[in-house]
Ligand binder design. Structure first.
Ligand SMILES: NC(=O)c1ccc[n+]([C@@H]2O[C@H](COP(=O)([O-])OP(=O)(O)OC[C@H]3O[C@@H](n4cnc5c(N)ncnc54)[C@H](OP(=O)(O)O)[C@@H]3O)[C@@H](O)[C@H]2O)c1
Length: 236
């Protein structure tokens, strides 16, 4: 049985919950890091699942979590938690992030979780990940962060955060290669979650199974890539 360990942020719902389920089914040990749990996540509780709840946008909370690992090995970090809109908004809506609607508070909120938490947690867990023979850091990005694929404009804050994580994952792939860590940005597809909506292209299981196959098959030469759920390379 595979006893690798994965840390997944935002594991209480959506893609994070789907990834948690998939890794548990494959025999991994999963550390779910969320700001709060959910009945769905609680229903998966077993010896292989640890649920940590804290404020993911507070570095002192992230530092405490990293400290609690106490020399453990982390094989895979999935920076999944993310949002399109401000806390409390159900849907981003084009108008919220359209040109002429700049809102500093919204941008701070979206950057805080989408970019700052991914960067902070990657730094804090790098030593634990470097202890793995196959250490990997994945940040869930989006095709909306691609310059080449932007043909519709809008969604300024969200697009900027995803372009931002693409940039940081590229730098990490270079800076962490000497420590044997593979770093990639991952597009999950347009997925039927609260964020993606029910009209999205694919369901959670399809996205998660595809992404897991990508993560399982990562080789050092893949580090620094921007990959899609089906393993194809995304244009920057
Ligand atoms: N669904 C898509 O079509 C799609 C496409 C491209 C990229 N993505 C990316 O995929 C990732 C997962 O999205 P999803 O579709 O699963 O969305 P989701 O169903 O809306 O779930 C979002 C997750 O992120 C967490 N999160 C959001 N803001 C947070 C904050 N400030 N602090 C802590 N946790 C926070 C949520 O926790 P709470 O329950 O506590 O809010 C939840 O666990 C995101 O990074 C998203 O940008 C999704």
């Amino acid at each position: 049985m595979n006893r690798e360990t994965v840390v997944i942020t935002g594991a209480n719902r959506g893609l994070g919950l789907g990834l948690t389920r998939a890794y548990l089914e494959d025999g991994w040990r999963v550390i779910a890091l969320n700001r709060s749990s959910s009945p769905e996540l609680e229903s998966l509780r077993n010896d292989s699942l640890e649920i940590h709840c804290c404020d993911l946008t507070d570095d002192s909370h992230l530092e405490r979590f990293a400290g609690s690992l106490n020399g453990q090995v982390i094989d895979l970090l999935i920076n999944n938690a993310g949002r399109m809109a401000k806390d409390g908004s159900v849907n981003a809506g084009e108008s919220v992030q359209g040109f002429g609607y700049f809102n500093r508070e919204l941008w701070r909120d979206v950057f805080d979780i989408n970019v700052f938490t991914a960067m902070s947690l990657s730094e804090l867990l790098a030593d634990a990940i470097a202890r793995s023979a196959r250490g990997r850091i994945v940040t869930i990005s989006s095709m909306l962060g691609s310059m080449a694929l932007n043909s519709s404009g809008g969604l300024y804050a969200y697009r900027a955060t995803k372009a931002g994580v693409n940039a940081i994952m590229k730098s990490m792939s270079i800076d962490l290669s000497g420590r044997g860590i593979i770093a990639i940005a991952q597009h999950p597809g347009w997925v039927q979650t609260d964020m993606g909506g029910q009209g999205a292209d694919i369901d959670i299981a399809t996205s998660v199974n595809g992404m897991k196959a990508v993560f399982d098959g990562l080789r050092p030469e893949d580090s620094g890539k921007f990959l899609s759920w089906d393993g194809s390379e995304m244009p920057w």
